[in-house]
Design a protein around this ligand. Structure first.
Ligand SMILES: [Zn+2]
Length: 338
């Protein structure tokens, strides 16, 4: 019994050894085959050792000048009135930066609505005016909302204000609150409304014309989400009160133009932050370059104003569309449309 058991164990061991040998052979065979395939493949793409040596011996001559980049912009100088740093779509107006105005090109909102046959929105009366450049994008935006939701109860409740009117509002607010300062109404000279670039929404009851508060919720959230497509920003959002120093105002829209509204919205920047950011992109540094959702490409840079001189030299692109706007602080912003 004992012998038989030994021989059975031997036989098992032999079988095991045999199986292991077959597996080993199979592995070695497969390995060799893989190496062969790899070698075959590499021989078709890799250059020979000799060829590489030849290449080092006879290097291809590199051109000594940079190749001409067809997308590179050529600049020329434009002489700009230094005082124009207080003018343009990108002027920063807040409690630290006064608006110096007086020559705004204004249109009556209701007169324009009559002229263009619009009934998608209204305004308080014919005396409510806005910058001419702002009327069309504002009206287009409200038209798009009306087409989408069939709602036409938007009323422009605040638009351009003369400094005198701003003063009346400010003093009325102080009288009402009994306070020495106002957190709701900007000091005369420091309101965006004095520039004509801003407007406020209200709603009204079409049956009796009574105003209804606009809070930007429900269907009206469409304006918050889409206003950048028309060149506007929500100037005083809820989460930026520490930067704007103004309470949350979902009804207050500010025109900055398509390129800037796009960039500020996508990067969640307010005017204060954006003006700071643009200063980090001077003409002689790295320009800010981006494309919007419609595929329009922009290149943007900052040029400091020459405050001691009547004019400032501003480099502008040759043969391309561009806009120059003051920042109302210390210089100009050039927006190139590529
Ligand atoms: Zn406002």
């Amino acid at each position: 019994m004992a012998r038989k058991r030994v021989s059975k164990e031997k036989s098992i061991r032999r079988t095991k050894l045999f199986t292991e040998l077959i597996i080993c052979a199979a592995i070695i065979g497969a390995g060799a085959y893989t190496v062969k395939i790899a070698a075959d493949r590499s021989s078709t793409v890799q250059k020979s050792h000799f060829y590489e040596k030849e290449e080092i011996k006879n290097p291809i001559e590199q051109p000594t000048t940079e190749p001409v980049d067809p997308n590179k912009i050529i600049f020329e100088t434009s002489m700009v009135n230094t005082k124009d740093k207080f003018r343009g779509d990108l002027i920063l107006v807040n409690e630290d930066h006064q608006y110096f105005g007086g020559d705004e090109k204004l249109v009556s909102i209701l007169e324009k609505n009559d002229e263009t046959g619009r009934s998608s929105f209204t305004s308080v009366n014919y005396d409510y005016t806005i910058l001419e450049v702002v009327y069309e994008p504002m009206a287009d935006m409200i038209d798009a909302f009306y087409e989408k939701y069939g709602i036409n109860d938007i009323m422009i409740f605040g638009s351009f204000r003369s400094t005198e009117f701003q003063k009346q509002l400010y003093e009325a607010d102080l009288a009402q609150t009994g306070s020495e300062d106002s957190t709701r109404v900007a000091k005369p000279g420091y309101s965006e409304h004095e520039s004509g670039y801003a407007f406020d929404f209200s709603r009204y009851d079409p049956s009796n014309g009574a105003p209804i508060d606009y809070d930007g919720t429900g269907d009206y959230a469409w304006f918050t989400d889409n206003c950048y497509k028309y060149g506007f920003i929500i100037r005083y959002p809820e989460h930026k009160v520490d930067i704007t120093k103004i309470q949350y105002e979902p009804w207050h829209f500010r025109y900055v133009g398509l390129a800037h509204a796009y960039y500020m919205t996508k990067n969640d920047l307010r005017m204060e932050e954006y003006i700071d950011l643009l200063k980090k992109h001077p003409y002689d540094g790295e320009h800010l370059e981006f494309s919007d959702d419609s595929g329009n490409s922009y290149e943007i840079y900052f040029v400091a104003s020459d405050d001691g001189a009547e004019t400032t030299s501003v480099p502008v692109p040759t043969g391309l569309d561009y806009d120059i706007s003051g920042n109302n602080v210390d210089g100009f912003i050039v927006t190139v449309h590529k």
